[in-house]
Ligand binder design. Structure first.
Ligand code: AMP
Length: 289
């Protein structure tokens, strides 16, 4: 496993790999690796290719600077975990290296600034866009793997691939959300919580999920923001169900499916003692009578 810090070195190495007809898989992360990240690496084994994991905490995607500084950084442990897996390269650029020549990006489609995290996190998706486009530009991967946990981010990545990298033909792969035994999705932010807070968060997700899915089945209601109890230490930022087709459309992604069948997904963002957690779940279709 080779650790690479410079874009130029990475570009040179990948050029040689391509000359030997190797395909390339990219797995972008912000480090502090957990079971969720490691599942993306396992998924990459389905694709015969050189594997690159990037570790870069993207300052442009944080709308709050204290959130950026408190973001857990555990490079040594991450490298140890990667050493045990079939990874060819770990790309760990410095902030200066990554920010050099960052492109000026275009406005994103409406959904990225008005729906779900887009509505609450300011320039978040624009910050993600800038860095992912730079990764795609220098790496030109054949495959790029992203977690279902960040579903709106997955829509952004698909949009970037379709809008700016059509000729590169990057296959964007969605990998399922990995959860702890108590149902809480693995997240680097979980390390900012005590065991008690983890239990509280897991219960909060589970109870809201079962309540609103039941409500949805009975009434067809999609927006639950006004029905959710809020408290000082636990606030729900959004609790909403969307038809996936609507989401694809509002995020600039035309035809995601030929089927007329509606596929629904429940999205939840909650803040527990200042730590913001998100999750989403597919919700079974049913005919509202
Ligand atoms: P992050 O380091 O949080 O930027 O995440 C890097 C990648 O890991 C993204 O594609 C995430 O969607 C994915 N990821 C994060 N948590 C999970 C999880 N619990 N299950 C599956 N994928 C995840």
């Amino acid at each position: 496993m080779l650790i690479i810090n410079s874009k130029k070195e990475l570009i040179d190495i990948l050029r040689r790999d391509r000359e030997c007809n190797h395909k390339i898989t990219l797995i972008p992360t912000m480090g502090n690796l957990h079971e969720g990240h490691l599942s993306l690496i396992s998924k990459s084994e389905d694709y015969l290719s050189k594997k690159i994991v990037s570790i870069f905490v993207n300052p442009l995607q944080f709308n709050d600077s204290s959130d950026y500084t408190s973001y857990p950084k555990t490079l040594e442990q991450d490298l140890e975990a990667l050493e045990k897996r079939k990874i060819d390269y770990v790309f760990v650029p410095t902030k200066e290296e990554m920010m050099r020549n960052i492109i000026h990006t275009d406005e994103l489609p409406w959904g990225f600034t008005n729906l779900l995290c887009g509505a609450y996190r300011g320039r978040h998706f624009d910050g993600v866009q800038k860095i992912i486009r730079e990764f795609f530009e220098i790496i030109k991967p054949d495959f790029a793997i992203f977690g279902e946990k960040d579903f709106q981010q997955y829509l952004l990545i698909k949009y970037i691939a379709e809008r700016y990298f059509r000729e590169t033909n990057i296959k964007i792969i969605l990998s399922p959300t990995i959860r702890m035994d108590n149902g809480l999705a693995f997240s680097s932010r979980n390390t900012l919580l005590s065991d008690e807070q983890i239990n509280k968060a897991s219960l909060a997700f589970q109870s809201i999920k079962s309540t609103v899915v039941d409500y949805f089945h009975k009434t067809g209601l999609l927006n639950f923001n006004n029905l959710i109890p809020q408290s000082a230490n636990l606030t729900y930022q959004y609790v909403k169900i969307y038809d996936e087709k609507y989401l694809y459309d509002k995020h600039g992604l035309g035809a995601n499916s030929n089927s007329d069948q509606k596929i629904f997904r429940l999205f939840i963002a909650l803040i527990i003692d200042n730590v913001r957690l998100i999750d989403n779940y597919p919700v079974e279709r049913y005919d509202i009578s």
